[in-house]
Design a protein around this ligand. Structure first.
Ligand code: C5P
Length: 250
């Protein structure tokens, strides 16, 4: 079953894809108090450090999704997961196209950190399935199957290993919700474009309301919020418009 949200803002993860914290802070000032989650990727996390990134988000009372995308041998995944958990983000992720042992190791890393450091909360662990930048042909070459097939396989592994959810394209949401093995996973969907926003370099896009209707839990939205079109006005106004759109979903 998908997560119960008490308001539409909780579903929005804004991708703060900027180089430096000073730029992220300008956006955070704009987005203060809206109750949305900040998604920080390796672009900022690597330069400023995850410690600074988590402290930054929490100083604005925002939840943080550390888009760490760990992929390595199980021992290293376990240690990396333990390390990021110690920083206490609300969400982080690993690549789900790894072996089952590495996925289980991530869960163990969280368990160890929670116990060893006496943490009150455990982070939500997400698995990235097939990146949307990978074409059908590339998926065949790399994984030996088309994206929908491989997404389902990686999602099943994620569920078996004890991950809380996955990152997937909106195209796969219905399929994942209909399979008993994956229907209870949290589904996080990028490639979201309100009707008023430019597609940028995203090719397979979906509106916020359609993504929710299809069964997504969280929506990752970057440029429509951080670089809104002139007629929308500002990042804050962009979020408020998206919230309104989500509130109108029946
Ligand atoms: O600006 P935009 O809304 O396209 O930003 C989408 C965010 O989601 C970026 O941070 C991008 O890295 C991330 N993402 C994606 N497609 C995926 C996985 C992550 O666009 N398959």
């Amino acid at each position: 079953m998908s997560k119960v949200f008490t308001n539409a803002a909780q579903r929005i993860m804004v991708a703060l894809d900027v180089d430096e914290l000073s730029q992220a802070k300008e956006l955070a000032e704009e987005l203060k108090g809206l109750g949305i989650t900040f998604k920080i990727g390796n672009q900022l996390g690597t330069y400023e450090g995850w410690k600074a990134a988590v402290e930054f988000a929490h100083s604005y009372d925002a939840q943080i999704f550390c888009d760490t995308k760990f992929k390595d041998i199980p021992t290293t995944v376990e240690k990396s997961s333990k390390a990021i958990t110690r920083r206490q983000p609300e969400f982080f992720n690993i690549m789900a196209d790894n072996n089952l042992e590495a996925l289980k190791a991530a869960v163990r890393g969280i368990d160890t950190a929670v116990e060893e450091f006496g943490l009150a909360e455990r982070p939500i662990l997400l698995g990235v399935t097939v990146l949307t930048s990978i074409s059908e042909q590339e998926s065949e070459e790399i994984y030996g199957g088309v994206p929908s097939e491989k997404v389902l396989q990686f999602a099943k592994n994620a569920a078996e290993a004890g991950l809380d959810g996955i990152v997937c394209s909106a195209q796969e949401v219905k399929l994942l919700r209909s399979d008993p093995a994956t229907k209870n996973l949290l589904l996080v969907t990028p490639g979201i474009r309100p009707e008023w926003a430019a597609p940028n370099d995203q090719s397979r896009i979906i509106t916020p309301s359609q993504a929710i209707k299809d069964g997504s839990d969280y929506l990752v939205i970057g440029r429509p919020i951080t670089q809104p079109p002139e007629e929308v006005g500002s990042p804050r106004k962009a979020v408020l418009r998206i919230i309104k759109e989500l509130e109108e979903v029946k």
